[in-house]
Design a protein around this ligand. Structure first.
Ligand SMILES: [Zn+2]
Length: 638
């Protein structure tokens, strides 16, 4: 797709959220970690619609409250305490986290505020037990250089991470509060990004500065990007939770396509002469059409005492199933809305029927009953009257918005780069002071002291790596972007293995293993260090590294020695290598006699297959050459 991004007025702003690697959480002494397994404590809360100071109630929050949505929070004893449960006031602001944030601010040339004031930002989805998120602006008006362009950093804040949603079951939403309170730095750029690739480059540059501090958490889920995307005539769309850097340009690309697609839908609806008054909230009970249906979902609903309701969308035929962006359709957006506002499982619409066991005959009957012409679409939902009404009302609302173009909304990123409706965009910032946490003054002396010991900037780190270790720029950059920069320096400082081999292992090999599904993160830094020590001392070959890492990932708690022993990767002695080679030479004696040194390649291949990971190629080749000369010598002597 040849989209001219400047032509369509694309503007993107980034909000980068990165967890900090502190000893404890932002407002209590709990470990900033996630727990696995079953929770030790659970507690149930109802969602309360909190009013802002202006007395406004967020409609989505009020709606969920009305629906009786409950939150089941899960916890264990180590990763949360009474603070996360909102049973005890927050403690003082974590100074370690504040210092890291100030360091980042100074590296991004931002101006720190004189005094840190913790604020409460209303949060309406239950991800905070308090109903708000604590956040504080630490610095303003910074800038970073991205490929020669100056990108303004609007503000750098420190905030508490939210609880993580782990499931939803009807009216009960489950959250784990282990993540709640983990310090999170937020870096917000101006909306100066004008292409998908540029968005990715800016995110990479910010991520590199954050990692260059050596004080941030690593691994999936520890860095999350929110994107604010708009095009001319479109709308400002906030997309939350992009976890992988490689996904950013795709998300922007797809969002542009989605907005352009919705504009096409709008134009088509106008061409068809559809107006808002055509879209009525007239819902009809159409259960009778499906009394004998072969559709399992509908049959089940009827059996459970639910009814089937339908609404006609005048002039929408063909537009619900039209793909507006890869994997994204208006019908799907309606389904998302219906699920959110009606808590229904999903919808059916005539663009996709007959299907799912619904017959052509049933569709005909339905259309007749609804008085639908071939130009019209009909949307169905099977649930209680209350949920169905809410769901279809949301569908009609979404249809009306389609007449206007792109509705403003908050969307969530899917792992494939597509997005889904999350909730309406909240109104203006709803912030008020957190009176339980005293303000923290930032003195000039403190800033001077921090300035004097700022970490190297990413460019300087790359320069340092190439100069000190003789690795190339590509590897140095990969190290910077990996989780292993610090470990690389530790290993390279201790063993005599080539730094290029260490760097390539910690970047390319690790990446390749992850792609194969190996859980490399289960292998500890100490194990990797030990592995290189074993290679250094000749106890195993560098060729065996991937196998050992794979084995260790599957045998948590076992040591490198056991891995090498179990895999049979202990280095062969020279005698043992010679014995293997002698056998191979003997088996291929005729070939060797015929070809002489010309037989080397084949022999080398056979031997290396037998001793891979247990002998250095250099030694093997030496011995083979020597044996070939000897055989030829004997031959000549005969
Ligand atoms: Zn705690």
């Amino acid at each position: 797709m040849g989209v001219d991004y400047s032509e369509i007025g694309l503007m993107v702003g980034l909000e980068c959220h990165q967890q900090l690697a502190t000893r404890c959480k932002l407002f209590c002494g709990c470990k900033p970690q996630l727990f696995k397994g079953e929770p030790k404590v659970t507690f149930l809360r109802r969602l309360r619609p909190t009013q802002s100071e202006l007395g406004q109630v967020d409609p989505a929050a009020y709606f969920e409250f009305q629906k009786g949505v409950r939150i089941l929070y899960e916890a264990d004893g180590e990763t949360s305490c009474l603070v996360e449960m909102d049973e005890e006031p927050p403690h003082e602001l974590n100074r370690e986290a504040l210092e890291t944030t100030l360091i980042v601010a100074l590296m991004m040339k931002a101006k720190p505020v004189d005094e840190i004031h913790v604020m409460r930002k209303t949060v309406i989805d239950g991800s905070n037990t308090t109903g708000f998120q604590r956040t504080c602006v630490v610095a303003l008006n910074g800038e970073i250089d991205v490929d020669g362009k100056t990108v303004p950093i609007q503000h750098i804040s420190l905030e508490e991470d939210a609880a993580r949603k782990i499931g939803e079951d009807g009216y009960t939403v489950r959250y784990r509060i282990d993540r709640l309170g983990i310090p999170l730095i937020e870096v917000t750029t101006g909306p100066v990004i004008h292409s998908p690739k540029e968005a990715e480059a800016v995110a990479l540059a910010i991520g590199r500065i954050l990692r260059a501090t050596g004080r941030v958490k690593r691994g999936l889920g520890t860095i999350r990007q929110d994107l604010n995307i708009s095009i001319r005539d479109g709308a400002l769309i906030e997309i939350k939770g992009v976890q992988e850097l490689e996904l950013i340009s795709k998300v922007v690309e797809y969002e542009v396509q989605r907005q352009l697609g919705l504009l096409k839908v709008r134009d088509e609806l106008r061409r068809r002469g559809v107006v808002e008054e055509d879209l009525k909230e007239e819902f009809m009970d159409v259960t009778e059409v499906f009394e004998q249906t072969g559709c399992r979902v509908l049959r089940r609903a009827i059996k459970d005492g639910k009814r089937i309701f339908a609404v006609k969308l005048r002039g929408f035929s063909g537009l619900l199933s039209m793909e507006i962006a890869p994997g994204m359709r208006l019908g799907r957006e309606m389904a998302d809305r219906a699920r959110f506002w009606g808590r229904v499982k999903g919808i059916f619409h005539t663009d996709e029927l007959p299907a799912y066991g619904i017959t052509r005959d049933e569709v005909e009957k339905l259309k007749r009953l609804m008085g639908a012409s071939p130009d019209d679409a009909v949307v169905l939902v099977a649930d209680t009257i209350e949920n169905s009404t809410d769901a279809l009302r949301a569908v009609v609302e979404r249809a009306r918005e389609a007449l206007r173009g792109v509705p403003e909304e908050t969307r969530a990123a899917n792992p494939d780069g597509t997005t889904r409706y999350m909730r309406p965009r909240p109104g203006a910032a709803r912030m008020y002071p957190e009176t339980d946490v005293p303000p923290v003054p930032i003195t000039d002396d403190y800033l001077r002291e921090l300035s004097s010991r700022l970490p190297k900037l990413p460019d300087e780190v790359v320069k340092h790596l190439t100069e000190c270790y003789g690795i190339n720029v590509k590897l140095a950059e990969q190290l910077l972007d990996s989780e292993y920069l610090n470990l690389f320096e530790r290993i390279a400082g201790r063993v005599k293995v080539s730094p290029t081999v260490i760097a390539a292992t910690l970047t390319e090999t690790v990446k390749a293993l992850k792609r194969e599904g190996v859980e490399v993160n289960k292998v500890t830094d100490e194990q990797l260090m030990r592995l290189f020590e074993m290679v250094d001392s000749g106890k195993t070959a560098k060729e065996s590294i991937p196998e050992v890492i794979t084995w260790l990932s599957k045998h948590e708690g076992e040591d490198v020695e056991s891995a090498i022993r179990s895999l049979g990767l202990t280095m062969l002695s020279r005698d043992e290598i010679e014995a293997v080679i002698d056998d191979v030479v003997e088996e291929n004696r005729d070939f060797v006699m015929e070809r002489g040194m010309g037989a080397f390649g084949r022999l080398m291949g056979i031997v290396m297959k037998k001793v891979r990971g247990r002998a250095e190629a250099k030694v093997v080749s030496e011995i083979i050459r020597e044996r070939i000369s000897r055989v030829k010598g004997e031959d000549a002597a005969m």
